[in-house]
Ligand binder design. Structure first.
Ligand code: CA2
Length: 154
Protein backbone atom coordinates (compact mmCIF):
# COMPACT_ATOMS: atom_id res chain seq x y z
CA UNK A 1 0.00 0.00 0.00
CA UNK A 2 1.35 3.45 -0.85
CA UNK A 3 1.10 6.68 1.14
CA UNK A 4 -2.11 8.77 0.89
CA UNK A 5 -2.21 12.53 0.24
CA UNK A 6 -2.20 13.40 3.95
CA UNK A 7 1.06 11.57 4.55
CA UNK A 8 4.47 13.21 4.22
CA UNK A 9 6.31 10.15 3.01
CA UNK A 10 6.72 6.40 2.91
CA UNK A 11 9.23 4.29 4.84
CA UNK A 12 10.11 0.58 4.83
CA UNK A 13 11.54 -1.06 7.95
CA UNK A 14 13.39 -4.14 6.69
CA UNK A 15 14.58 -6.79 9.14
CA UNK A 16 16.94 -9.62 8.31
CA UNK A 17 17.37 -13.21 9.44
CA UNK A 18 16.65 -14.39 12.97
CA UNK A 19 15.31 -11.04 14.13
CA UNK A 20 11.93 -12.81 14.40
CA UNK A 21 13.48 -14.53 17.45
CA UNK A 22 13.88 -11.27 19.40
CA UNK A 23 12.57 -11.50 22.94
CA UNK A 24 12.91 -15.29 23.06
CA UNK A 25 16.69 -15.76 23.52
CA UNK A 26 19.87 -13.77 24.23
CA UNK A 27 18.10 -10.82 25.94
CA UNK A 28 21.48 -9.69 27.32
CA UNK A 29 22.62 -8.96 23.75
CA UNK A 30 19.41 -8.04 21.91
CA UNK A 31 17.02 -6.92 24.67
CA UNK A 32 13.69 -8.26 25.95
CA UNK A 33 11.36 -6.75 23.38
CA UNK A 34 9.90 -8.81 20.56
CA UNK A 35 10.10 -7.70 16.95
CA UNK A 36 6.38 -7.02 17.09
CA UNK A 37 6.90 -4.72 20.13
CA UNK A 38 9.52 -2.78 18.16
CA UNK A 39 7.33 -2.57 15.07
CA UNK A 40 4.25 -1.43 17.02
CA UNK A 41 6.27 1.39 18.57
CA UNK A 42 7.59 2.46 15.14
CA UNK A 43 4.09 2.34 13.62
CA UNK A 44 2.77 4.61 16.36
CA UNK A 45 5.74 7.02 15.96
CA UNK A 46 5.18 7.10 12.18
CA UNK A 47 1.43 7.56 12.55
CA UNK A 48 1.95 10.58 14.83
CA UNK A 49 4.18 12.14 12.15
CA UNK A 50 1.81 11.22 9.29
CA UNK A 51 4.39 8.94 7.77
CA UNK A 52 3.34 5.76 5.97
CA UNK A 53 5.42 2.89 7.41
CA UNK A 54 5.57 -0.76 6.42
CA UNK A 55 7.54 -3.44 8.27
CA UNK A 56 8.96 -6.64 6.78
CA UNK A 57 11.16 -9.42 8.17
CA UNK A 58 12.68 -12.29 6.23
CA UNK A 59 15.12 -15.10 6.92
CA UNK A 60 15.93 -15.31 3.19
CA UNK A 61 18.37 -13.18 1.22
CA UNK A 62 16.37 -13.37 -2.05
CA UNK A 63 13.15 -12.32 -0.31
CA UNK A 64 14.92 -9.29 1.16
CA UNK A 65 16.18 -8.36 -2.31
CA UNK A 66 12.67 -8.77 -3.78
CA UNK A 67 11.28 -6.52 -1.01
CA UNK A 68 13.90 -3.84 -1.74
CA UNK A 69 13.06 -3.94 -5.47
CA UNK A 70 9.32 -3.74 -4.69
CA UNK A 71 9.99 -0.70 -2.47
CA UNK A 72 11.24 1.18 -5.54
CA UNK A 73 7.99 0.60 -7.45
CA UNK A 74 5.96 1.55 -4.35
CA UNK A 75 7.71 4.92 -4.07
CA UNK A 76 9.30 4.22 -0.69
CA UNK A 77 11.56 7.19 0.14
CA UNK A 78 13.65 5.74 2.97
CA UNK A 79 14.52 2.29 4.29
CA UNK A 80 15.47 1.53 7.89
CA UNK A 81 17.46 -1.70 7.66
CA UNK A 82 18.80 -4.23 10.11
CA UNK A 83 20.41 -6.79 7.79
CA UNK A 84 21.04 -9.20 10.70
CA UNK A 85 23.79 -11.71 9.92
CA UNK A 86 23.69 -10.65 6.24
CA UNK A 87 25.38 -7.42 7.38
CA UNK A 88 28.65 -9.26 7.29
CA UNK A 89 28.15 -11.38 4.16
CA UNK A 90 25.71 -10.02 1.60
CA UNK A 91 27.07 -8.29 -1.47
CA UNK A 92 23.74 -9.15 -3.15
CA UNK A 93 21.56 -7.15 -0.71
CA UNK A 94 24.04 -4.26 -0.87
CA UNK A 95 23.81 -4.33 -4.69
CA UNK A 96 19.99 -4.25 -4.48
CA UNK A 97 20.05 -1.15 -2.26
CA UNK A 98 22.55 0.63 -4.46
CA UNK A 99 20.52 -0.47 -7.51
CA UNK A 100 17.22 1.04 -6.32
CA UNK A 101 18.99 4.14 -4.99
CA UNK A 102 16.70 4.45 -1.94
CA UNK A 103 18.51 6.13 0.97
CA UNK A 104 18.71 3.89 4.01
CA UNK A 105 19.80 3.92 7.65
CA UNK A 106 21.52 0.80 8.97
CA UNK A 107 20.51 -0.19 12.50
CA UNK A 108 21.97 -2.84 14.80
CA UNK A 109 20.62 -3.59 18.25
CA UNK A 110 24.02 -4.63 19.56
CA UNK A 111 27.32 -2.79 19.25
CA UNK A 112 28.85 -4.89 16.48
CA UNK A 113 32.26 -3.30 17.16
CA UNK A 114 32.37 -4.71 20.69
CA UNK A 115 31.66 -8.23 19.46
CA UNK A 116 33.51 -10.87 17.43
CA UNK A 117 35.88 -9.55 14.74
CA UNK A 118 33.73 -10.99 11.94
CA UNK A 119 30.92 -8.61 12.98
CA UNK A 120 33.09 -5.50 12.75
CA UNK A 121 32.68 -5.15 8.98
CA UNK A 122 29.31 -4.46 7.38
CA UNK A 123 28.73 -4.48 3.62
CA UNK A 124 26.15 -1.70 4.15
CA UNK A 125 27.78 0.99 6.26
CA UNK A 126 29.68 2.79 3.50
CA UNK A 127 26.55 3.13 1.34
CA UNK A 128 24.10 3.94 4.20
CA UNK A 129 23.21 7.59 4.92
CA UNK A 130 23.70 6.76 8.61
CA UNK A 131 24.52 3.88 10.93
CA UNK A 132 23.24 3.32 14.49
CA UNK A 133 24.42 0.45 16.65
CA UNK A 134 24.51 -0.61 20.28
CA UNK A 135 21.42 1.27 21.50
CA UNK A 136 18.95 -1.61 21.38
CA UNK A 137 15.45 -0.87 20.10
CA UNK A 138 15.97 2.88 20.68
CA UNK A 139 18.21 2.75 17.60
CA UNK A 140 15.17 2.15 15.39
CA UNK A 141 13.29 5.05 17.01
CA UNK A 142 16.25 7.37 16.43
CA UNK A 143 16.54 6.22 12.82
CA UNK A 144 12.85 6.94 12.26
CA UNK A 145 13.21 10.35 13.92
CA UNK A 146 16.03 11.16 11.47
CA UNK A 147 13.93 9.98 8.51
CA UNK A 148 10.95 12.08 9.66
CA UNK A 149 13.19 15.16 9.92
CA UNK A 150 14.49 14.52 6.41
CA UNK A 151 10.95 14.08 5.03
CA UNK A 152 9.89 17.38 6.66
CA UNK A 153 12.88 19.22 5.18
CA UNK A 154 12.50 17.96 1.64
O1 CA2 B 1 22.88 -6.32 16.57
C1 CA2 B 1 22.18 -6.55 15.59
O2 CA2 B 1 21.10 -5.99 15.39
C2 CA2 B 1 22.62 -7.62 14.57
O3 CA2 B 1 22.30 -7.15 13.26
C3 CA2 B 1 21.84 -8.87 14.91
C4 CA2 B 1 22.25 -10.08 14.09
C5 CA2 B 1 23.76 -10.28 14.12
O4 CA2 B 1 24.14 -11.34 13.25
C6 CA2 B 1 24.51 -9.01 13.72
O5 CA2 B 1 25.89 -9.26 13.83
C7 CA2 B 1 24.12 -7.86 14.62
C8 CA2 B 1 21.61 -11.37 14.63
C9 CA2 B 1 20.14 -11.30 14.87
C10 CA2 B 1 19.75 -12.55 15.63
O6 CA2 B 1 18.78 -12.19 16.58
C11 CA2 B 1 18.47 -13.08 17.54
C12 CA2 B 1 17.60 -12.66 18.51
C13 CA2 B 1 17.24 -13.49 19.53
C14 CA2 B 1 17.75 -14.78 19.58
C15 CA2 B 1 18.62 -15.21 18.63
C16 CA2 B 1 18.98 -14.35 17.59
Amino acid sequence: MSADKHQIGSVLVLQGPNLNLLGTREPEIYGKETLDDIHQQLLSQANAAQVHLVTYQSNHEGEMIDRIQAAKSEGVQFIILNPGGYSHTSVAIRDALVGVNIPFIEVHLSNIHQREAFRHHSYFSDVAIGVICGLGSIGYQLALEAVIAKLKNK
